[in-house]
Design a protein around this ligand. Structure first.
Ligand SMILES: *[C@@H]1O[C@H](CO)[C@@H](O)[C@H](O)[C@H]1NC(C)=O
Ligand SMILES: *[C@@H]1O[C@H](CO)[C@@H](O)[C@H](O)[C@H]1NC(C)=O
Ligand SMILES: *[C@@H]1O[C@H](CO)[C@@H](O)[C@H](O)[C@H]1NC(C)=O
Ligand SMILES: *[C@@H]1O[C@H](CO)[C@@H](O)[C@H](O)[C@H]1NC(C)=O
Ligand SMILES: [Fe+2]
Length: 451
């Protein structure tokens, strides 16, 4: 009798609850497929030259138009209208979640000028944002924030980067791979949340990127669709000039995900050879003395758990493919006199003494970074993500000049053709500078031959 009552009661309860359960499921479905035309995830990049700025954003439905209106003073001036293109992006996940990614290039802007802009279409406009174009020529001192490995969850450095940007501290941001954790997660909803989260930085300052291992899913499709770096390589490799610096971005991942095409590895290597050889020509060095590279995975690191950083096994990035030793980057960068090489991937900060083939080549014992005899390497992968910090090895190698486990990011100011200044900001220590150093070079170009 009691059992029957119980059964009746549960059936009744289920009947009452079922419609509720069903309607929540439907609401979730609807949220995913909801159509609207409001621009979101607004971000900037440098175009093929510094007088061009590319504006990128997403809409859920296709408004069939991509427009940017911009002016020095949007309230008082008649804005100029620039039109661009959009493409449908379907995430590779089960739900085939769709969005439209819009691209407008603002061409031939005035140098050293603040512009205000809004993007969208007649069906919906963004808020009004602003950016400042770089000064003309090489004789000015760009400031950048540089970091890798920043996610949605535990994005420790985000608030500080947003405030720095709002205070006008940076001319560009460089995110050295590993975004969102991961952009494709939850049918790319995590990617959308990340792009919305960085908007208060990236809608105001060019947000320059390279791919990391976390972008691998579906042949890096989320990375390739969402970012628009200079050149025609789906943002996988490119270079740009900023003041006295030639920046070179490349994909360390073409060495690891060979199933996406061995050709990517060879094409990138050939491009790097050409780009570096040109940047290293005496007439180009005279104009822009510094060459700085960035790619996600490091050549050297002092993280115990990472097989890839172990001197017995060698990194593909440094030495090239296993056994064959083809396409190694250490020799290539050395040959063309790259000054500074920036990496991430390890969730910490490390500064190395000038290094080539496991040997330290200081400028001098008193001033290791004044006219160093090999490139200087920095690992800055501690912006903050849900995978948290990584431990250092107990026996730190002789090339390890400084390391920190604090969450934070790197600042670079390229003062002029002879002086670079780096700072490491600790978010754990309320923005304290935990490391800073000058790189001073009277002469740039190929290094002396070491064995
Ligand atoms: C955009 O164009 C497509 C294809 O012509 C059309 O189906 C759709 O209704 C258009 N969208 C809007 C908002 O006009
Ligand atoms: C992956 O994407 C790259 C760059 O867009 C392309 O060249 C390559 O062919 C793709 N690989 C595969 C297996 O689809
Ligand atoms: C390089 O310089 C640093 C700092 O002076 C010093 O600790 C280190 O031993 C030097 N290394 C070599 C190989 O000279
Ligand atoms: C380059 O910058 C440094 C640091 O600000 C300064 O000391 C030096 O005088 C500058 N050199 C020239 C040629 O302006
Ligand atoms: Fe990584």
């Amino acid at each position: 009798m009691q059992q029957l009552q119980f059964a009746l009661l549960t059936s009744l309860l289920l009947l009452l609850l079922l419609p509720g359960i069903r309607s929540t499921a439907t609401a979730q479905e609807q949220e995913v497929n909801i159509v609207h035309y409001q621009p979101e995830q607004v971000h900037l990049a440098f175009g093929d030259n510094l007088r061009d700025i590319v504006v990128t954003w997403s809409t859920r439905g296709s408004p069939n138009a991509s427009v940017v209106q911009f002016a020095r003073n949007y309230l008082n001036d008649d804005p100029t209208e620039a039109k661009g293109t959009w493409k449908r992006f379907v995430d590779g996940g089960k739900k085939a979640r769709t969005q439209y990614i819009h691209n407008v290039e603002l061409k031939d802007l005035e140098p050293d000028t603040q512009y205000e802009y809004t993007c969208g279409s007649p069906l919906g406009w963004s808020a009004v944002y602003n950016f400042k174009t770089p000064p003309a020529g090489e004789n000015w001192s760009p400031s950048l924030a540089i970091f890798g490995d920043m996610g949605n969850e535990n994005a420790q450095s985000m608030g500080r980067l947003q405030q720095d940007t709002e205070r006008g501290m940076y001319d560009a941001i460089i995110h050295v791979g590993d975004f969102a954790y991961d952009m494709d997660t939850s049918n790319a909803a995590v990617g959308d949340a990340f792009m919305r989260q960085i908007e208060s930085v990236a809608a105001y300052v060019p947000y320059m990127v390279c791919p990391g291992n976390h972008e691998e899913k579906y042949n890096f499709s989320n990375y390739r669709a969402r970012f628009n770096m200079p050149g025609e390589t789906d943002s996988l490799w490119y270079s740009f000039n900023l003041g006295p610096v030639h920046f070179v971005s490349y994909s360390s991942e073409v060495y690891y995900f060979l199933s996406y095409g061995f050709k990517l590895l060879t094409k990138q290597f050939e491009w790097l050879e050409r780009d570096l050889a040109e940047a290293n020509l005496p007439e180009n060095r005279a104009k822009r003395p510094w060459i700085i590279t960035y790619g996600h995975r490091p050549m050297y690191c002092s993280d115990d758990k990472e097989y890839d950083c172990n001197s017995q096994l060698e990194t593909y990035i440094r030495q090239g493919l296993p056994m064959l030793k083809w396409f190694g980057l250490e020799d290539l960068f050395y040959k063309h006199g790259v000054d500074v090489e920036i990496f991430a991937h390890e969730h910490f900060y490390t500064r190395l003494w000038p290094i080539y083939n496991y040997k330290v080549y200081n400028g001098s014992a008193e001033a290791p970074y004044t006219n160093p005899k090999a490139p200087i390497q920095i690992i800055t992968g501690s912006a903050g993500c849900k995978e948290e910090r990584e431990p250092f090895s107990n026996d730190l190698p002789a090339w390890n000049a400084y390391h920190s486990n604090d969450y934070g990011y790197t600042r670079l100011k390229a003062h002029n053709g002879t002086h670079l200044h780096f700072e490491q900001v600790s978010d754990d220590q309320d923005g304290a500078i935990v490391d800073s150093f000058w790189v001073i070079k009277d002469k740039h170009g190929a290094y002396p031959t070491h064995q």
